[in-house]
Write a protein that binds this ligand. Structure first.
Ligand code: AMP
Length: 254
């Protein structure tokens, strides 16, 4: 069978998604992009209702970026039956999972269903959602899912804000406040004590409400210690009622 590279998304496409298509093209001549807002991963009904949707614009963008097939299934197509939920385990209820019970179970359950439909050789996921990427890689490895997971670097706007479909809800003032997140990550990267530095910078912006700021070991997703070689800082929080997520590699020892 021919190789196929798959890019799963929830639509409202931006340059971050398009970079995933570009990367997918370097793995296979056949790129499939899916657009599916997965109700199972939204524990908050309002967030689900407010999630931006513009299928026509998405199709045009994805085609121009070189996706060969664009697949926008309905909820009934993906879940014709009551799905048996895949558990994301302990890590699934930490960090992003703390206030979003069942979120990562919903992510793994939909990824499993999407993979079964598309049967890709490769699937590309962004480092923007670092915990999601980690959990998908772990699930694939533990369950011998026959798909190679490709990580794509996080894409930022020129001002440093990590691109996200939710950014359009920030407004001008909110956008300014949101810049504190990438500023905190950059300052942390230059600091001997990245965790304290992040907290200090984040606290300087009254428009930002912190959810968590952590430094983890990239290999294990455990909180980093002084001897951890490959570390990454992750920040999540709220600006103007919009939840924002960002991360940056701190130190790497090859
Ligand atoms: P979403 O539509 O938000 O579910 O995202 C679909 C895919 O695009 C996921 O693998 C995300 O990690 C990835 N993605 C979203 N934003 C970015 C970004 N700014 N840079 C790189 N990848 C991204």
């Amino acid at each position: 069978m021919k190789d196929r590279a798959f890019v799963p998304t929830m639509g409202a496409l931006h340059a971050g998604h398009l970079s995933l298509i570009e990367l997918a093209k370097s793995y296979s001549d056949e790129v499939v992009l899916s657009i599916f807002v997965n109700p199972l991963q939204f524990e908050n009904k309002e967030d689900l209702a407010k999630y931006p949707r513009d299928l026509d614009a998405d199709k045009k963008l994805a085609m121009s970026a070189g996706a060969m097939q664009i697949w926008a299934p309905t909820v009934d197509e993906i879940y014709p039956d009551e799905p048996s939920i895949i558990s994301a385990g302990k890590l699934g209820s930490k960090y992003e999972g703390v206030n979003r019970a069942g979120h990562f179970d919903g992510v793994l359950t939909v990824v499993d269903r999407l993979f079964k439909h598309v049967q890709p050789t490769y699937a590309v996921f962004g480092e923007k959602d670092f915990q999601q990427l980690f959990l998908i890689k772990q699930w694939v490895q533990e369950n011998k899912v026959p798909v190679q997971i490709i990580s794509a670097p996080l894409i930022r706007d020129q001002d440093g804000l990590a691109l996200s479909s939710r950014n359009i809800r920030l407004g001008d003032e909110g956008r300014k406040s949101a810049l504190v997140i990438s500023q905190a990550l950059l300052a942390a990267r230059e600091s001997r004590d990245p965790h304290s530095t992040m907290l200090e910078v984040l606290a300087s912006e009254p428009g930002f409400k912190l959810d968590y700021a952590i430094v983890i070991d990239e290999e294990s997703f455990e909180e980093a210690s002084a001897s951890t070689l490959n570390t990454r800082a992750l920040i999540a929080g709220w600006v103007n009622g919009v939840r924002l997520l960002d991360n940056m590699q701190m130190s790497v020892v090859a």
